[in-house]
Design a protein around this ligand. Structure first.
Ligand code: CAA
Length: 395
């Protein structure tokens, strides 16, 4: 069978950061509740000029060559922080990146699960059209509100995944198992800018979806955890993913295998512990973090993925690392994270919750903030204006 999978990965987060110890102090919490209880050290905070479209365009801009832009014929944006009920954010991104016109551009939604669905669609498309390339974008801003229980698990960021035949990072195995259950653990009605959350219930549902989907995966594919070098999880906060790993590690594993899975788990949460929840991109940020921080991975290794979107849809699947995958990675990612500008809690509250102030004709100008290479620069007659900007100097 023709190998299909992930050929390139780009990642962008916002240029501002809130340290969890500052948040703990302001909210009267023990800092260890966040650093040990959630395994979170910092959250990326996006200003009003940095939305899911600018983040996703910036992530893709990191990886796309001119040839990619000529060969991409689908742009799929997975998000639950959409800026328009009608027009797909992917259409703006297609234009900002200069992708050839004879392409499909659309948006996918099912909470944090949708990027996995988009990858499945990309795979089916490449099976039919092997010369095509598909750009899958996972972009979200997680915003729960000041003083809410979810405040400590906010974040912002986008992943760009280029799906092709003969990929240079990961080949998908044909072993996906999905599960749907109609529950109200986390949802955001159209009239609300922040989600409603049954926090404890959501964590129970995450873990139970994992347990039951994993059991079905094992049954259908005779799967054993010992076959995997690493398992990546959806990461609403790293501690929950760790509970997930502990749930599927059984007594049959050797001490060496357990140690490898735990070591690779630590590598997979490094970026999320500094960025927070980026909803649908967080599973793939975990994968990128694994690739860029693990010292115990080899070509041919099998990697497991657990995708979970509240509501709820979950899926388990696997892929195989490709020879030379290291050549497709970026070595200065940590420096990018370290360069984010720290915010006081008061500045975070002002920046993260600023809303566009439209005049009666639907116009709005914004103060200039640090962003990636693309930014929302104005709204004119209710139309969002994006531009390539130069205020993201990272040298
Ligand atoms: N030192 C060390 N640890 C401490 C501590 C201290 N001083 N104080 C508390 N802790 C520990 C607690 O024991 C707990 O750990 P365990 O679960 O292992 O017992 C942990 O810190 C968190 O403490 P609480 O449960 O009291 O925390 P909380 O009330 O702040 O709520 C939360 C946590 C429910 C996850 C909340 O952050 C939330 O609602 N988050 C948003 C919802 C979410 O992320 N759900 C995840 C599943 S849904 C999903 O996956 C989709 C998605 O992306 C949203």
């Amino acid at each position: 069978m023709m190998p299909i999978g992930i050929d390139k990965i780009g990642f962008t987060t916002s240029q501002y950061v809130l340290n969890m110890s500052d948040l703990a102090q302001a909210r009267g919490e023990d800092p260890e509740k966040f650093s040990q209880g959630l395994l979170l050290n910092a959250l990326s905070i996006a200003p009003v000029t940095e939305d899911i479209i600018s983040l996703a365009a910036s992530a893709a801009d990191q990886i796309l060559s001119q040839e990619d832009k000529e060969k991409i014929d689908m742009v799929l944006l997975a998000t639950e922080s959409s800026v328009d009920q009608s027009k797909a954010g992917a259409v703006y991104i297609h234009s900002l990146l200069g992708i050839q016109p004879f392409a499909r551009s659309l948006e996918f939604k099912e909470a944090c699960y949708s990027a996995t669905a988009a990858l499945n669609y990309a795979k089916l498309h490449i099976e039919k059209h092997p010369e095509s390339r598909v750009l899958v974008l996972a972009s979200d801003i997680a915003k729960y509100g000041i003083g809410t229980p979810g405040e400590s698990t906010q974040g912002a960021g986008a992943l760009a995944l280029l799906v092709t035949k003969e990929p240079r990072i990961l080949t998908f195995n044909d072993d996906n198992i999905a599960q749907t259950r109609d529950i109200m653990d986390f949802w955001r009605p159209n009239y609300s800018t922040t989600p409603f959350v049954n926090g404890m219930y959501s964590t129970k549902q995450y873990l139970d979806s994992l347990k039951t989907t994993w059991a079905e995966y094992q049954k259908r594919f005779d799967g054993h955890l010992s076959d995997f070098a690493a398992f990546c999880f959806h990461i609403p906060f790293p501690k929950l993913a760790l509970k997930g790993l502990n749930k599927i590690m059984d007594k049959s594993l050797t001490a060496e295998k357990k140690a490898q899975l735990l070591e690779n788990f630590d590598a997979s949460i490094s970026y999320s512990s500094q960025v927070g929840n980026i909803y649908t991109g967080s599973l793939y940020l975990g994968f990128l973090s694994l690739l860029e921080n693990s010292t115990d991975l080899n070509a041919g290794d099998k990697i497991g993925f657990f995708s979970y979107g509240s509501g709820a849809v979950s899926e388990i699947f696997s892929g195989q690392l490709v020879e030379g995958y290291q050549d497709q990675l970026k070595d200065k990612r940590q420096q990018d994270l370290d360069r984010r500008q720290p915010l006081s809690v008061a500045d975070y509250e002002k920046l993260f919750y600023e809303e566009p102030q439209l005049d009666s004709a639907g116009n709005c100008q914004f103060q200039e903030y640090l962003t990636g290479p693309f930014a929302l620069t104005a709204i004119k007659e209710h139309q969002r204006q994006y531009q390539r900007v130069i205020n993201h100097d990272k040298t």
